[in-house]
Structures are given as structure tokens and as C-alpha cells.
Design a protein around this ligand. Structure first.
Ligand code: FAD
Length: 620
């Protein structure tokens, strides 16, 4: 049998982004021993890349805001297939979580009277995003780390978990390898919290970094948990499209929130031409009104560039497909129109200074990577795979999955966002539901008299599987298989989907799985990215299959799922259901639709109040 080190804690948190850190802090505050495991260095999580801000109805900039409006906005954005209880908890608790972050030392941008400043973002009725320039995630992570460090949390860096271990039904631990030497570690625990982030690397063009390979989704699925809403993959409308080396890198929605407008190659501001009916009353009639909104005029409605991400992304795809795109296959995003308009009104307006202060990272990013000065010239942007709405199915209040002792939070868990996430709602989700996961994992751990036994047969089997690629002499290259998978998902299960293409993708996945079983790696176990990629393939293939099966089953267009063959919403068939995926006893992926429980009247009233008194069909 293989050699391994063992570390034992009451609660082990896998993933040290915002969700994992917040969970670890809470569990530790409850007095249990906590281990925090991450794939790379502490602080280098996805969360650190977050730009625009944290959504919370603090009502600092517009006092009409409150949790009910935030709840209604989140449900409308998610097209009503969200887990309403999660959306409720999120909207209610986000303001306290943000204030707590401030208490712990986060330095937010401020209003003139010294409150936390809030900015506009797509789908949010009022300016709601607490932010630090366009580097909010950095400040969030810094604060959580500084705060967490004093709580006695044991941190294990550069360890990648490849399997959850179970004692009977209950979760008992996790097996990880370390990057440096490839040695095995078993983390023994009474409760485990997954906080591993997203799946962006299943696609070719993505804003996500190399780490986001759907690990938590797959670990949970393999351990017997369910996945929910896997068809809903968010394509953010604005990634860089040029030069090729940086294709996909995110251009924050904050650019549009600060007055950036989208144009096609004829100069047309095309978003004005396609405003969905349910957003029409909240959308500006003309440029003038949109700009007034950006400047904080409470009588004005928001510009159409701030419609939800799913819709804006599709409009961009249409412009490009119909020949109205920019030279490198995107559209133009520019700040100049607003600057000109604003310049005429303001006594003194220095556009270059203004944008450098409001959007310092964007300025820098385009200057360094694209040789472009965004204060003077338009950016070229196009959709990029950004965020996973689908993930581990958990209880809304406790964040526990159906596997006893296995919790999940943050991007790898699901429910809150429904068919489409509003910008800013992830950082608040990490704080609100991360805290809950930590709290309830600690509670669960306390209730167990001992940790489950470590099943050495499971450790041996997983380690043997992991090491097989070293012993093979058939040579499939793991990077090539990964690349072919990314190309295929991009082409066949991307922004615009069709049944026949997705059936081809299922076939393709089977072939890729066969190739993955033949990958060979050379060298030894020390810092071997080829070996790591060989192991990642299992995760990427699992989440890709889940996305594809769920997207085939939902024969309608809703939020991030756009079906060319079913371009309309079908409320009768799909307006009240979620897709649920679980591993069958024969090891194959099983999928079914499940009814969403009816919403309590208080929440329905909140939605009605924000929809001119009319309840959407999904809730009738
Ligand atoms: P992450 O922060 O992704 O952390 C995952 C952690 O899990 C890491 O520590 C990683 O090492 C670890 N891990 C993964 N797999 C394993 C494994 N197998 N073993 C051990 N450890 C593992 N959202 C907003 O609300 N507002 C924004 O302004 C915003 N801007 C964004 C900008 C960019 C460029 C991107 C990419 C995303 C943005 N988002 C934003 C989305 C948001 O940042 C993410 O959804 C969120 O940070 C995810 O947090 P998380 O804690 O779930 O996971």
C-alpha cells in the first residue's frame, strides 16, 4: 500500500478563495480545529481576480435599496429557477457580511460622507456594488487572510485533492498530492467543506485561470453528491479579444457601469435595439437618460449595456455573426462617448485622469497586454467563459450536500443564481454562504464523537489510478487531450447550443475519455504539470459531460442557456424545474428534472412589487 502523511482536523476546507477562507474563519471561531487546503499559494485564488465589487443592499448611494429589491433582482436575473431560499438568505445577510469585512479592515472606496461607495452593475436596480477601484477581490482576500491568520487555522498550500474518502455513507477525509514532490497526504476530518471554485478550463476562451478545472464538482459527484443546474454556464459579454495571447481575459462590467458603451463596426449602439420586455421599464429610453443614470440621477433608468450578462453576450455574438463585428471578432467598448457628454456638463473634466482613477487595472491591462490607451481608444471585446452557475447541490441554510458531513460553498456550490448570475453576487455569495458552510460544518463536526475511519483501500486505489500515466507506453499527450476537449466544448456546447451538436459532443466526450485513459506522462512526480493535467482530465470530462447532458435536457432558452433549436422560454415545461445529476449505481451519469418547491408569499410579494404588481409566469 502507498505511503502517506496524515493530518487530522474537525473540519477540513478544500479551497482558499473567498468562500473557503470565510468558511474556515467561521468554523475556527466556533472552536473546532480547522485545516485549509489549496492547490496553489494562499491568496492566489480566483477571488483575488474579482474586479467590479460585492453586491449588497447597503443603500448607501440610493436609500431606496433594501434586501427585497436585491432578492427580486437576483431572481429576475436567474429567471426564477434559483433556489429562492438561498437568494433570500444572500440578499438579507450580504449587508452584514460586507460591514463585517470593513470591521476586519477592508478599505472600500467611499462616498463623500464617508460611507462605503456602491457602483452600478448589470441587472441591479440600484447602485449596489461595494468596491475598491477595480481590485475588489484583492482587498477581500487580503482582509480574510489577515483576519483568518490569527485564528489558528492550519494552512496546507500546493496540495491538490484528488479524491474524497468515505467511511460508509459518511465523508471521512480527502486524499491530496503535493506539487513539490508528488507525495500523498490524507486529510482526516469529521466534516469537509468544498470551496474549489469554477470550471472555466473546460472551455477554450475563458477568464478563468489554470486552476479552475471543476475539481470540487467532480469530487462531490464521485462521492455521491448531486449536481444541480449544470446547463447554466455564464459567458461574460466582455473579455479581451486581442491580442490572441490574452484572449478571454476579463474586462470588468464596471467599465459599462462607469459609462462605457458598446458599438458595432457601423458605429451603432446596438444594445438599444434589443431590450427584453421584462427589462424595458427599467431601461433608459435614450443615451441621455443612460448617462444621467451613470452619474447617479435617481429619476433615470440604466443604459442597455447594463442588461444581464446572458443577454448582452448573445447580442454581441449576433453582431459578430452578422458581419458587424470588430476586426478581431468582437465589438467595440468605448468610454469616449460618455467622456464627451460628461465633459460638456462638467466645469473641469480630465477624461484620462478620471478613467485611470475609476478603472486603474483596466487601464493597465490594455496598456500592457494590448498596447492600447483606453482613455483614448475603444477596446475590442467579446464573450468569455466566466462563471459556473451549476454545482454541488446543498441545503440552503446549512450548505450540506446529501453526503453526510460534506458541505460546499462558493462557486462550486449551486442554487442561488438560477439560470444567470448577476455581477457582484458571487463575492457576496462567498461571504454569506461561506460563513454558513463554516458554521454548520463546525456544528456537524461537534456532533460526531469521532472522525470516520480512513479507508486505506480507497487511498490505494486512488493513488494507483493517479500514477498509472507514468507506467504507460501508449502515448496520448495530456495537454493535447485537454486542448481538444476545450475546443470541442467551445464549439459544440458554447453560447449558442443545438441538439445535434450537443449529441456530437457526447460522442466526442466518450472518445476523449478513452484517450484520457491512455495518456502518458514522463519525468517524475516533482513539479510535473503534465502529470497534474493527466489527473485534471477526469474532472474536466466529468463536468463537461454534466453540462452537455443538462443542456440537452433543457429544451428551451433561459438565462445562460441559449438553444438555437428552442429559442424561447418554455415556462410550462421548464419554468419550475431544475436539472439534477447524480452518479448511478452502474457508474454512469444520471439526470432528471425536479420541481422547485413553491415560494412563500412574503417572497412572492417582494417580486411582485418589483414587477409592476404582476407575478412572473414561473411563479404562478
Ligand atoms: P476561488 O476563489 O476560485 O478559489 C478556489 C480555491 O480552491 C483556490 O484556493 C484553489 O487553489 C482551490 N482548489 C481548487 N481545486 C482544488 C483541489 N483539487 N484541491 C485543493 N484546492 C483546490 N464576482 C463578483 O461577485 N464580483 C466581481 O467583481 C467579480 N469579478 C471577477 C473577475 C474575474 C477576472 C473573475 C475570473 C471572476 C470574477 N468574479 C466576480 C467571480 C468571482 O471572483 C468568483 O466566482 C469567486 O471568486 C469564486 O470564489 P470561490 O471561493 O468559490 O473560489
Amino acid at each position: 500500500s502507498v505511503e502517506f502523511q496524515t493530518h487530522e482536523h474537525d473540519v477540513v476546507v478544500i479551497g482558499a478563495g473567498g468562500a473557503g477562507l470565510r468558511a474556515a474563519i467561521e468554523a475556527s471561531a466556533a472552536g473546532v480545529s480547522v485545516g485549509l487546503v489549496c492547490k496553489s499559494l494562499l491568496g492566489k485564488a480566483h477571488t483575488v481576480m474579482a474586479e467590479g465589487g460585492i453586491a449588497a443592499a447597503l443603500a448607501n448611494v440610493d436609500n431606496r435599496d433594501n434586501w427585497k429589491v436585491h432578492f427580486a433582482d437576483t431572481m429576475r436575473g436567474g429567471q426564477y429557477v434559483n433556489n429562492w431560499r438561498m437568494a433570500e438568505l444572500h440578499a438579507r445577510e450580504a449587508p452584514d457580511r460586507v460591514r463585517e469585512l470593513e470591521k476586519w479592515g477592508a478599505v472600500f472606496d467611499r462616498t463623500p460622507d464617508g460611507k462605503i461607495l456602491q457602483r452600478n452593475f448589470g441587472g441591479h436596480k440600484y447602485p449596489r456594488l461595494a468596491h475598491v477601484g477595480d481590485r475588489t477581490g484583492l482587498e477581500l482576500i487580503r482582509t480574510l487572510q489577515d483576519h483568518g491568520i490569527h485564528r489558528g487555522i492550519s494552512v496546507y498550500m500546493e496540495r491538490t485533492v484528488i479524491r474524497l474518502l468515505k467511511d460508509g455513507d459518511r465523508v471521512a477525509g480527502a486524499l491530496a498530492y503535493d506539487r513539490e514532490r508528488g507525495r500523498w497526504t490524507v486529510f482526516r476530518a469529521k466534516a469537509i467543506v468544498l470551496a474549489t471554485g469554477g470550471i472555466g478550463k473546460a472551455y477554450k476562451i475563458t477568464s478563468n485561470s489554470w486552476e479552475y478545472t471543476g475539481d470540487g464538482h467532480t469530487l462531490a459527484y464521485d462521492a455521491g453528491a448531486e449536481l444541480i443546474d449544470m446547463e447554466f454556464v455564464q459567458f461574460h459579454p466582455t473579455g479581451m479579444v486581442w491580442p490572441p495571447s490574452v484572449r478571454g481575459i476579463l474586462v470588468t462590467e464596471g467599465v459599462r457601469g462607469e459609462g462605457g458603451v458598446l458599438r458595432n463596426n457601423t458605429g451603432n449602439r446596438f444594445m438599444f435595439g434589443d431590450i427584453p420586455d421584462n427589462y424595458r421599464p427599467q431601461t433608459a429610453k435614450d443615451e441621455e437618460e443612460g448617462f444621467r443614470y451613470v452619474l447617479g440621477d435617481k429619476e433615470a433608468n440604466r443604459p442597455p449595456e447594463l442588461l444581464t450578462r446572458d443577454h448582452v453576450a448573445r447580442c454581441i455574438v449576433r453582431e459578430v455573426r452578422e458581419g458587424r463585428g470588430s476586426p478581431h471578432g468582437g465589438v467595440f467598448l468605448e468610454l469616449q462617448t460618455f467622456a464627451e457628454w460628461y465633459g460638456k456638463r462638467a466645469k473641469k473634466f480630465d477624461a484620462a485622469e478620471h478613467w485611470k482613477k475609476k478603472l486603474p487595472s483596466m487601464y493597465h491591462q490594455f496598456k500592457e497586454l494590448g498596447g492600447l490607451d483606453i482613455t483614448k481608444e475603444p477596446m475590442e471585446v467579446g464573450p468569455t467563459t466566466h462563471y459556473m452557475m451549476g454545482g454541488v447541490r446543498v441545503d440552503a441554510d446549512t450548505q450540506m450536500s446529501r453526503v453526510p458531513g460534506l458541505f460546499a460553498c462558493g462557486e462550486c456550490a449551486a442554487g442561488i443564481n438560477g439560470a444567470n448570475r448577476l455581477g457582484g453576487n458571487s463575492l457576496s455569495d462567498l461571504l454569506v454562504l461561506g460563513k454558513r458552510a463554516g458554521e454548520f460544518a463546525a456544528k456537524y463536526a461537534r456532533e460526531q464523537s469521532s472522525a470516520g475511519a480512513v479507508p486505506t483501500d480507497q487511498v490505494d486505489a486512488a493513488a494507483k489510478w493517479a500514477l498509472e500515466p507514468f507506467d504507460r507506453d501508449v502515448s496520448e499527450n495530456p495537454f493535447k487531450v485537454q486542448q481538444d476537449l476545450q475546443d470541442m466544448m467551445q464549439d459544440l456546447v458554447g453560447i449558442v447550443r443545438k441538439e445535434d451538436e450537443m449529441l456530437r459532443a457526447l460522442d466526442g466526450l466518450e472518445k476523449l475519455r478513452a484517450r484520457a485513459a491512455k495518456v502518458q506522462v514522463t519525468g517524475n512526480r516533482e513539479y510535473n504539470p503534465g502529470w497534474h493535467t493527466a489527473m485534471d482530465l477526469h474532472n474536466l470530462l466529468t463536468v463537461s459531460e454534466a453540462v452537455t447532458r443538462a443542456a440537452i435536457l433543457r429544451k428551451e432558452s433561459r438565462g445562460a442557456q441559449f438553444r438555437d433549436d428552442y429559442p424561447k422560454k418554455d415556462n410550462a415545461k421548464f419554468g419550475k424545474v431544475n436539472s439534477i445529476i447524480a452518479k448511478g449505481t452502474d457508474g454512469t451519469m444520471q439526470i432528471r428534472l425536479e420541481q422547485i418547491p413553491p415560494m412563500p408569499d412574503e417572497l412572492k410579494d417582494a417580486i411582485r412589487a418589483e414587477a409592476n404588481g404582476v407575478l412572473p409566469d414561473e411563479l404562478k
